[in-house]
Design a protein around this ligand. Structure first.
Ligand SMILES: Cc1cc2nc3c(=O)[nH]c(=O)nc-3n(C[C@H](O)[C@H](O)[C@H](O)COP(=O)(O)O)c2cc1C
Length: 250
């Protein structure tokens, strides 16, 4: 955590614990390339799933399920779905970026130790849609919170996670026998890794870069100008962090 970030002690974690939480967030990576053949034991996997299961959810709905996929044949079928979807997506990519798109490694379905599909059961709290009457999609957002808990806990355990979204949902549902009212939210490649890259793969390959956070902050209304002190505090944090570690964390 940046040195000059002071937080009142209160009920907060001690410095080491706080550092660990921020470290998990700042060094988490989407992993596609560095999976090793080492297994993820059930003890570790159980902790990751428990972390996911403690995510917030609208109306405490807990709409998630976790399909653990270990079989090689099924994973090869999922990879075929990915390959087909990638071809379908290609024409939507700007022409001058297509060659780069083709070169990017965008999945580790078969190389990882196992795959997990995290789904959202859209009927789980039927009859009492607390928090979802106006915004029915909140159950999907809740499921994404579970994905992020899983991802961060995995980073802390030294387990890599790669999210594959380039898959046609209908075909994935058929392949995994997912019922009609259940939505596959995340298809994750999970496994021990040789390293976590210092920055996103897509940044390394020149596809994108992290946007400057101050430019994303608005005041009072969308596009509202202001919050100058907050923005310069953020800018200082980044500089302080860069100077210390040599790597931008934010
Ligand atoms: C909803 C979602 C879908 C994603 N789908 C893919 C994907 O299909 N293939 C892939 O290689 N990465 C995928 N990613 C990973 C992003 O490319 C990655 O998070 C981003 O480039 C930033 O890198 P980082 O996660 O290592 O910080 C996905 C991430 C999210 C949150």
């Amino acid at each position: 955590m940046p040195d000059d970030m002071t937080i009142p002690v209160g009920d907060g974690f001690d410095q080491m614990a706080r550092d660990a939480v921020y470290r998990a967030m700042f060094t988490r990576r989407d992993v596609r390339s560095y999976f090793t053949s080492e297994a993820v034991d059930d003890e570790a996997l159980a902790r990751l799933l428990l972390a996911a299961h403690h995510a917030p959810s609208v109306g405490f709905m807990q709409p998630w399920n976790f399909i653990v996929i270990r079989g090689t044949a099924r994973r090869e079928q999922v990879r075929d779905l990915f390959l087909a979807a990638r071809e379908q997506e290609l024409p939507a990519i700007e022409e001058e970026r297509r060659a780069l798109y083709r070169k990017l490694k965008l999945e580790g379905i078969c190389e990882s130790a196992l795959n997990i599909c995290i789904t959202c059961d859209r009927r789980r709290s039927q009859g009492s849609p607390l928090g979802r009457w106006h915004n029915p999609e909140m159950d999907l957002y809740s499921t994404v919170c579970a994905v992020q808990n899983f991802w961060l806990a995995a980073r802390a355990e030294g387990v890599g996670v790669g999210w594959v979204s380039i898959i046609e949902a209908r075909a994935l549902k058929d392949l995994l026998s997912i019922p009609e009212h259940v939505t596959p939210v995340a298809y994750l490649c999970v496994g021990r890794v040789s390293e976590f890259a210092p920055k996103p793969d897509l940044e390394t390959h020149g596809w994108g870069r992290r946007l400057p956070l101050p430019e994303l902050i608005m005041s009072e209304t969308f596009c509202g100008q202001g919050e100058v002190p907050l923005k310069s505090t953020i800018a200082r944090l980044k500089v302080a962090t860069c100077e210390k570690s040599g790597k931008p964390l934010i």
